[in-house]
Ligand binder design. Structure first.
Ligand code: NAD
Length: 284
């Protein structure tokens, strides 16, 4: 039976470290500040934004919410980003995605100053991740790595398979595993022999967005299985991409949903905001 890697436990530890550092910064007169922009009324986005604000309060950051109506124009949104780029008390800027379809997500991401881009979505930060010389790591893949480290799992030389190739999760996830000397395969919707490839994995990361996508026959005995997926079933219950009940019998480690990678993402956002505040004040 697999050991459970609890995102609640690991994220609590990360947030406690961030809070301790935040307290030290406050003694120097610096309070990390995160601005969160939300456009429109998407209920899932509202939940994410509330959780981010709650986490800021927990670690002692200032958070500012900018809730804009659905009708906001790109010009207005870019003006706000520009204002926040210049605001000294704000160290991190996050624009909750997805944006309403009339707004260009790329233009908004590009407008955020790379120094304040705590999601690490700006092309300049993405490039830095590619060459392994980064200030911020994208929160979800960084959270997965934190869970791997916390559990004492060695990545070097392991067969790592990432299912999903999105810019937010799959691609950077693969890069972080590669930086730690994993032998990495990225699978996606056009991959042939998915089951065969996955069943070779020592470390399997699922980031697809489909309930029960990873079944026990795709998992090698003793594999580490990290489930990034967040899916809402018709019953209203949340579940990941992995058939948890069957896979936990084969895996050595597994992350649950909820209570797995989800809380890690927010904890890593706090860590990035702290790094941004330190960098803005010339603190190593
Ligand atoms: P996405 O839709 O952008 O990407 C999904 C990926 O799955 C694609 O790259 C696609 O190629 C791949 N895919 C689709 N069908 C496939 C198939 N049949 N075989 C193999 N690959 C297939 O999604 P995303 O933004 O990367 O998110 C993935 C999941 O992770 C979603 O459930 C999302 O809600 C969740 N997520 C969770 C967190 C978190 O904090 N835990 C953060 C971001 C995303």
């Amino acid at each position: 039976m697999a050991k459970l890697i609890s995102g609640k436990e690991v994220s609590a530890r990360v947030k406690a470290e961030v809070k301790a550092e935040c307290d030290r910064l406050k003694e120097k007169g610096i309070t990390p500040g995160l601005a969160v922009i939300i456009v429109g009324n998407d209920p899932a986005s509202r939940v994410y934004v509330n959780n981010k604000k709650k986490a800021c309060a927990e670690v002692g950051f200032v958070s500012e919410e900018y809730a804009l109506p659905e009708s906001t124009t790109e010009e207005q949104l870019l003006e706000l980003v520009d204002e926040l780029n210049k605001k000294d008390t704000i160290h991190g800027i996050l624009c909750q995605l997805p944006l309403p379809s009339h707004l260009d997500e790329k233009a908004v991401i590009n407008a955020i100053s790379p120094e304040k881009d705590v999601d690490a979505f700006h092309p300049s930060n993405v490039g830095k991740i590619m060459i392994g010389d980064y200030t911020f790591l994208p929160c979800t893949p960084a959270g997965v790595m934190e869970m791997i480290h916390f559990s004492g799992i060695e990545v070097s030389g392991k067969n790592c398979v990432v299912i999903g190739r999105s810019n937010i999760v799959g691609k950077p996830m693969a890069m972080l595993l590669l930086h730690e000397n994993g032998t990495v395969t990225i699978c996606h919707s056009r991959t042939k022999n998915l089951k065969e490839i996955c069943s070779q994995a020592d470390i399997l990361v699922a980031a697809v967005g489909r309930p029960n996508f990873v079944t026990a026959d795709m998992v090698k005995d003793g594999a580490v299985v990290l489930d990034v997926g967040i899916n809402r079933l018709k019953s209203g219950k949340l579940c990941g991409d992995v058939d948890f009940e069957a896979v936990e019998k084969k895996a050595s480690y597994i992350t649950p949903v909820p209570g797995g990678v989800g809380p890690m993402t927010i904890a890593m956002l706090m860590k990035n905001t702290l790094s941004a505040a330190k960098a803005a004040n010339g603190i190593e």
